[in-house]
Design a protein around this ligand. Structure first.
Ligand code: SAM
Length: 323
């Protein structure tokens, strides 16, 4: 792992599984909702051949810069846009990207490898890491409230709800109160100080498999970046972005997100639900089929990349219109 220079050097998570879903070469339109260092994006373009194009989004300026530099090698086959993926449909329609089918622009593939990148965690000044001192920021983009502002604004109870909902943090009220007190006393100016305040609140005697700040930091990060709201809006837009045969690939890193993807994909692949008692004439074919059902990384990949340990991949493919 590199220090402040950033770390976009990892092999993209679940790359073989992603490439197995990309289909044949040819004139294909891809959207990468989470460009990061453009690892998946480059690999997809290389596999799909000279006629493939890719529109890549990221909310983070540093990722946009890194991805643009890497994708310069493919010239105008790649377009890079700084945007949250909850606005992916707007970006696609405004730019008239893809193929105009049934009144809207649609694509052959969309991938989202969501969450925080190794490069974001590695840069202490982004404030994601409790291991090295950084500001209480945790924003992936440059807009919105920082972690510090969030802790200051919420009441102890509301902060505890955030900690419980997004991190299942044990003794959430006690941890929330400790965070607010430490901040008010000027004793949590950095991520490492906040982590110490959390540890003090829960005691350091208990046997633990991970640092007591892990789950509270995860919860704060999810809240600061509205990660579940972003995912929900992406999942709402996904189906109408896919052309016939198009695949939507989601890689998630914790059970809250995976559950949302699983549920949405189940809805989309189960076909129309008819009112009870209505005679079923013809098939009840859904518009989508499951193309990947939640596989994780191989033991080998987990050994090589700790981020892959909790990764899950799910995908759908369009097989019909308006079934
Ligand atoms: C794990 S990295 C992606 C790595 C990339 N697949 C690669 O191969 O290099 C996740 C990226 O998604 C971005 N991201 C997370 N949530 C986002 C959102 N709601 N909208 C846009 N980008 C987002 C982060 O800024 C980060 O750069």
């Amino acid at each position: 792992m590199t220090e402040a220079g950033g770390n976009f050097s990892h092999r993209p998570v679940l790359l073989d599984e992603v490439l197995g879903l990309t289909g044949s070469a040819g004139e294909r339109y891809w959207v990468d909702c989470t460009l990061g260092g453009a690892g998946h994006a480059m690999a997809i373009l290389e596999l799909a051949g000279d006629q493939a194009r890719l529109l890549g989004l990221d909310r983070d300026d540093a990722a946009i810069a890194a991805a643009s530099a890497r994708l310069a090698a493919v010239g105008d086959r790649a377009i890079v846009v700084r945007s949250r993926f909850s606005q992916v449909d707007e970006v696609v329609q405004e730019r008239q990207y893809g193929r105009l089918v049934r009144g809207r622009y649609r694509v052959d593939g969309l991938i989202a490898d969501i969450g925080v990148s190794s490069e974001q965690i590695d840069r202490a000044e982004r404030g994601f890491s409790y291991g090295r001192p950084g500001p209480l920021d945790m924003r992936m983009g440059s807009e919105g409230e920082t972690a510090r502002e969030l802790i200051e604004r919420l009441s102890v109870n509301d902060l505890a709800t955030v900690l419980w909902r997004y991190g299942e943090v044990p003794r959430a009220v006690r941890v929330a109160a400790a965070m607010k007190e430490a901040l008010a006393a000027g004793e949590a100016e950095t991520t490492t100080e906040l982590a110490r305040a959390i540890e003090k609140a829960v005691g350091s005697g208990a046997k633990r498999s991970h640092n007591p700040a892990t789950l509270p930091f995860q919860a704060l990060r999810i809240a600061v970046n509205d990660e579940l709201g972003e995912l929900e809006r992406l999942l709402a837009q996904l189906p109408e972005l896919l052309d016939m045969g198009g695949v939507g690939i989601l890689i998630t890193f914790h059970s809250l997100e995976d559950r949302m993807v699983k549920r949405r994909f189940a809805e989309l692949t189960q076909g129309p639900v008819l009112p009870r008692g209505l005679p079923v004439t013809g098939g009840r074919r859904a518009n989508f089929e499951l193309a990947e059902r939640g596989a994780g990384a191989t033991e080998r990949e987990k050994g090589e990349n700790s981020r892959a340990r909790s990764a899950r991949i799910r995908a759908i493919r369009r097989i019909a219109w308006e079934a």
